[in-house]
Design a binder for this molecule. Structure first.
Ligand code: ADP
Length: 421
């Protein structure tokens, strides 16, 4: 006994708004339940402009049987009907989980307050008493259908959101795991490299002591004076030996840093003393050799104090200045300055007029064993000077930063706790 007028049904997932931004209810499925065919025709005519998809049932029993299959968006139901009245049908529909959420209107001549109350208590969403005003019925049906479509759209969007959220979360978990593994592998590789080099350093220290010791005693305790050629050879042995000694020291420092065994003894120390007595003497001959001028703009009076381990602070500054010399141009300049920050901290700046560092490498250069090799001259090194400097400064509760412009130069800043007297 079921009929449908679905000429051009809209797919259920067509929940989008129409061009005007309004909810599109065209094709919504409406079930009309009435034993009077004329009443059904009147309602159909009334709702015709909305291009709905109607199905009809002549009584409550047929409606209860067919609603689970058709799954209408809305049921308009008369109350007084043969076989099963509207109230009974509504009760059964609300008891069935498959149909319980389908909104139901009563459209009936039973218009006593107790009837209306009963209808609502059974779960109807609207109760329209006959005789009704056509436009009012149309307006109420449209409002409900739009609300239903809107709710379905929200559910669908929420489901999609949930799905994409879950997919995203899964991707984040996978990506994090991959990155974690890569980081662990890189750290492991680095640590083994450092351990290996540290071990090698220890093994090489004894023969190096012999080489350096004998070359020194040849210089001082020689019974016969050395020829010029012998002196020059001895000097080369000593320079190579010192370079090797520095390398061993750096590698064992990195080993100590990575194993957490670096001991830092903090004290307040005059900045100018640190620079004049410990930093500049260590690098002045290299600067001279490379034709690089160091302009020390830090006033020599002992008025600025920094909280540091003086040996380690000097080591970090020497590393920065060595790079500023090594990666400079011939005849280039280096400026050594200090600034007082608003935070009360003191910033030591080492800037150079050298080759510069590409923007995307500024972070990388602090990683161990990273060398950019973006120049055509040879610089000895293994790529741990900045790693050590960063760790030393951070161990002294300071910070290190860098900015650079390719071809123009680089500027390293070390911020430390301190004060001005
Ligand atoms: P090393 O000098 O032994 O290579 P570092 O850790 O001190 O190791 O520096 C890492 C790399 O960063 C260098 O190889 C160089 O490419 C780059 N670099 C460091 N300081 C400068 C600078 N002042 N100017 C240009 N490049 C620099």
């Amino acid at each position: 006994m079921l009929q449908t007028t679905a000429n051009n049904p809209i797919p259920d997932n067509n929940l989008m708004n129409n061009d005007s931004g309004d909810i599109n209810i065209e094709g919504s499925k409406v079930m009309l339940v009435d034993d009077n065919r004329t009443n059904i025709d009147v309602i159909k005519r009334l709702l015709e402009p909305e291009k709905l998809d109607f199905s009809m049932a002549p009584n409550g029993k047929v409606a209860v049987e067919n609603a689970p299959v058709i799954q209408p968006d809305l049921i308009l139901m008369d109350v007084m009907m043969p076989e099963m009245n509207g109230f009974e049908a509504c009760k059964l529909l609300k008891e069935n989980p498959v149909t319980r959420d389908i909104p139901l209107f009563f459209l009936t001549a039973k218009n006593q307050p107790s009837d209306i109350e009963k209808g609502f208590s059974l779960g109807c969403v609207d109760y329209i008493a006959k005789p009704f005003i056509g436009k009012e019925v149309l307006a109420r049906v449209v409002v409900h259908l739009k609300a239903i479509k809107h709710a379905k759209l929200m559910v669908k969007l929420l489901e999609e959101l949930k799905r994409s959220n879950m997919a995203l979360e899964q991707k984040v978990v996978e990506r994090t795991a991959v990155l974690k593994k890569a980081k662990e592998e890189a750290e492991l590789a680095n640590n083994s490299k450092t351990r290996f080099l540290s071990r090698m350093g220890q093994e090489l220290q004894a023969p190096l002591n012999v080489i350096l010791g004998f070359s020194q005693s040849m210089e001082t305790h020689n019974l016969q004076p050395l020829t010029d050629e012998q002196c020059s050879c001895l000097e080369k042995i000593q320079i190579a030996g010192e370079y090797f000694q520095n390398l061993i020291n750096d590698i064992s420092d990195l080993g100590r840093i990575e194993s957490g065994n670096l001991i830092i003894g903090m004290e307040e120390f005059p900045l100018s003393r640190l620079v004049d007595e410990r930093v500049l003497p260590a690098i002045s001959s290299l600067a001279r050799e490379r034709g690089v001028t160091i302009e020390n703009q830090i006033p020599s009076e002992h008025s600025t104090f920094i909280f540091v381990d003086p040996i380690r602070a000097a080591q970090a500054l020497v590393n920065l200045l060595t790079n500023a010399i090594n990666y400079n141009k011939n005849g280039g300049n280096i400026y050594l300055e200090r600034n007082f920050l608003e935070s009360g901290k003191i910033k030591i700046i080492v800037s150079d007029t050298g080759i510069g560092i590409p923007e995307d490498k500024l972070k990388e250069i602090f990683e161990p064993f990273i060398r950019l090799q973006n120049h055509d001259f040879k610089v000895e090194g293994v790529g741990i000077g900045l790693t050590i400097a960063k760790h030393l400064i951070e161990s002294m509760k300071g910070e290190i930063e860098v900015e650079s412009e390719m071809g123009k130069g680089s500027r390293f800043g070390i911020t430390l706790h301190g004060y001005q007297k």
